[in-house]
Design a protein around this ligand. Structure first.
Ligand code: PB1
Length: 334
């Protein structure tokens, strides 16, 4: 008996040519507007420090950022996500310098607006880089997170970044109700319609943040973040957290990390198709690909491109990636 596939089961005819293959892969292209570049701003104004755990990434002082960003902007960069690094500023229980006039992010926002008028500026909003205990919120006298004190402090930080000129504030703290607190603060400041809130809505307690914590000097002094970042196994809490943040008024949603959470991206996009969905390809994902490529496991470019394509296929509209400068060059070459 000779088996022959039916006409409908002959698939090769539909993708035997490169153009056919692009038609078979809708909504998977990566353009400059699909990328956001995370950058670290350190409080040493003339410092440029390579981040050894993230090859090719640097902490930049305010006076060094323009020359560093100019070629990337020339290559088509559309948006950045700013992270402050406090090496000299004092850290305390109230994260005083999270938004003080000495804070490097507060000082660089107006300069970026002047240097690159078309660049969209997002600011990560969190306390962990500025608290002496390294957690993302305020601790109570009992040593546990005080959620209410935390969201009030985080809202003030967000409003101050907005007042300094940020287009987007992106709270990565994972406190309950911080989106509503931030929206209320922005509205009271007259900025409720002019500054976007990008919620790190489904952010998991991942092992893949290590290089970032090295870069931002933001690891928790003791304990961990499992009590406020989502359990990696819970799609249910991801759905509830995302719905909560939608109801509290966020403008855009995020899933983080990326590759281990493609299912959560698809779930989030299907439940909230009317919201732009971001995914954060975190530092550990970046490092894994870089070290694998450097050790001959695969070529860097196809590995990065396949990973980013998978996130677009899973529903991500924007990918926050440390590979952004390199991908922009590849897009320009193509
Ligand atoms: O690239 C990364 O690993 C991002 C880490 C991320 C930044 N938003 C947070 C993860 C963490 O350290 O727990 C920082 C938390 N505010």
């Amino acid at each position: 008996m000779e088996h022959r596939p039916s006409a409908k089961n002959v698939l090769h005819s539909g993708y035997h040519h490169p153009v056919l293959r692009t038609w078979q892969c809708p909504n998977t292209t990566v353009r400059p507007e699909n990328l956001m570049f995370p950058i670290f701003i350190i409080d040493g104004d003339d410092d440029v420090q390579e981040i050894t755990s993230m090859p090719g990434n640097y902490r930049y002082g305010v006076n060094k950022l323009k020359e560093a960003l100019q070629p990337i902007v020339d290559d088509g960069l559309k948006s950045v996500l700013l992270f402050g690094v406090a090496q000299n500023l004092a850290k305390d229980g109230l994260a005083t310098h999270a938004d003080s006039s000495d804070n490097p992010v507060m000082r660089v926002i107006p300069k970026l607006r002047e240097w690159f008028p078309d660049l969209l500026i997002a600011c990560d909003v969190c306390l962990c880089a500025y608290t002496d205990h390294g957690h993302c919120g305020i601790l109570g006298a009992d040593g546990y997170l005080d959620n209410q004190a935390s969201i009030e402090r985080i809202a003030r930080q967000a409003v101050n970044y907005a007042k300094a000129g940020a287009h987007i504030v992106a709270p990565s703290d994972m406190m309950d109700g911080r989106i509503g607190a931030i929206k209320e603060g922005l509205t009271k400041a007259g900025l409720g319609s002019r500054v976007s809130v990008l919620s790190y809505a489904a952010k998991f307690a991942s092992v893949m943040y290590g290089p970032f914590r090295d870069a931002a000097k933001s690891a928790p002094g003791k304990g961990d973040r499992k009590g406020y970042q989502l359990p990696p196994g819970s799609a249910g809490l991801a759905a509830r957290a995302t719905l909560r943040d939608v109801e509290e008024g966020c403008d855009m949603l995020m899933v983080k990390p990326g590759l281990p959470y493609l299912d959560i991206m698809r779930q989030t996009k299907d439940k909230h198709p009317e919201y732009p969905l971001f995914v954060y390809q975190v530092s550990g994902e970046f490092a894994m690909i870089i070290h694998a490529a450097n050790n001959g496991v695969f070529q860097l470019r196809p590995a990065v491109e396949e990973t980013l394509l998978s996130m677009r296929r899973a529903g991500a509209d924007v990918i926050i990636s440390y590979f952004t400068p390199q991908v922009l060059k590849w897009i320009k070459e193509a």
